[in-house]
Design a protein around this ligand. Structure first.
Ligand SMILES: [Zn+2]
Length: 373
């Protein structure tokens, strides 16, 4: 009997046990859907699973030594991946169409650039540009990959599967019906609800739980050589990828959020509007991703004021030292209204229905509207 062992944190153990028993009993489903918050390690688990499925070791998989195990962690192996691309990248020529005279990048090269980032840090929450999607052409390219005969197991990891539009999703369903045996798809998504029910129902579904603070801390120590600060752990929400992002960006994002609260409450709009314009120009908050993370930090600061008033422990103990006395004395109603205003802004930014600079500047004015004295 072949023994399987998948690596990962204790918090993921239930998901690993389900996968291992399916592998052991030889009833592995054709497609697996891994969902969970950003940066939690969905692609990391997918890669581990690909190794286990493709490994050729006679009794212990993944062995980490055989050709297939090594291929599973090689960014050159672009056939193992389907990743979202920007429209101009997805419509580039494929390697098969390119001639020796072609100098423009091919779809495979764009995919490889993305896979390199994933292999280097599968937890990263900033590896994709906003607006990258899985187009119907990319999905159709799967069928071509499977046209070549192969005796072994084949796997494809579909990262951020919810970035398929309806026609891509329908093409994927068709692909599922046509693929040869011994072919497995591992889909990852931040929210399974964003996928078509017809796809969800065909997958073994796994939901990854947030990590404990200790697990996040030790992963960051292992990667960065230093422990994350209390504020970074507080912002991570049990996601090592978020912790890595905030380990690099927490300082200026928390500082900006605290200034936002203090200055907006003072009604010092000329200062704040200028500051926002500078931060947009400096690309600190200039796209859907980093603005969403900034608004998250701002919500955390507001929520921490509530926590402090209620005598609860703070998520951002260091950043809270900069919050003005006046802000610390805001009424619960004012804080609740402010939180709602931030959430409304986050929704508008996510739906791309508003210019980012305008959204942040009007947030600066609206934040404590009616509660300034
Ligand atoms: Zn192996």
């Amino acid at each position: 009997m072949i023994e399987y062992e998948l690596q990962g944190p204790h918090s993921e153990e239930r998901s690993r046990i389900r996968l291992i028993s399916a592998l052991r009993e030889g009833r592995f489903p054709q497609s697996v859907l891994i969902d969970g918050p950003a940066g939690i390690g969905k692609k990391k688990l997918a890669m581990e699973l690909v190794r286990a499925l493709m490994c050729t070791h006679p009794d212990h998989r993944p062995c980490g030594e055989c050709f297939n195990c090594k291929m599973a962690s090689n960014p050159e192996a672009v056939d193992l991946w389907l990743v979202p691309l920007l429209a101009k990248e997805a419509s580039a020529k494929s390697a098969a169409e390119a001639t020796s005279k072609t100098t423009a990048k091919t779809v495979e090269e764009y995919t490889k650039e993305c896979v390199e980032k994933i292999v280097e840090n599968p937890y990263s929450i900033e590896y994709l540009p906003p607006g990258a999607t899985i187009s119907v052409d990319l999905v159709r390219s799967l069928t071509k990959r499977f046209a070549l005969k192969s005796s072994g197991v084949r796997c494809v990891i579909i990262a951020e599967a919810d970035r398929m539009n309806t026609s891509a999703a329908n093409a994927f369903l068709k692909t599922l019906e046509e693929v040869p045996p011994n072919t497995y798809f591992i889909l990852t998504t931040e929210s399974r609800d964003l996928l078509l029910e017809t796809i969800r129902s065909r997958c073994l579904s796994l939901h990854l739980q947030p990590w404990t603070d200790d697990e996040v801390r030790s992963e960051l120590e292992h990667r960065n050589g230093e422990a994350p600060s209390a504020d970074v752990l507080g912002l991570s929400l049990g996601s090592p990828g978020r912790a890595m992002f905030f380990a690099e960006n927490a300082m200026h994002l928390t500082e900006l959020a605290v200034t936002f609260v203090n200055k907006s409450l003072e009604g010092d709009f000329s200062f704040l509007l200028k500051l926002v314009a500078e931060k947009v120009a400096d690309k600190v908050v200039d796209d859907v991703n980093n603005v969403a993370l900034f608004l998250d930090v701002l919500s955390f600061v507001l929520a921490d004021i509530v926590r402090r008033q209620s005598g609860l422990s703070l998520r951002l103990p260091s950043a809270m030292e900069g919050v003005s006395e006046r802000a610390l004395n805001l009424t619960p109603v004012a804080l609740n209204e402010a939180l709602k205003t931030v959430q409304d802004t986050a929704r508008m930014v996510a739906s791309r229905s508003v210019n980012i600079l305008v959204a942040l500047q009007s947030l600066a004015i609206k934040l404590f509207d009616g509660y300034r004295q």
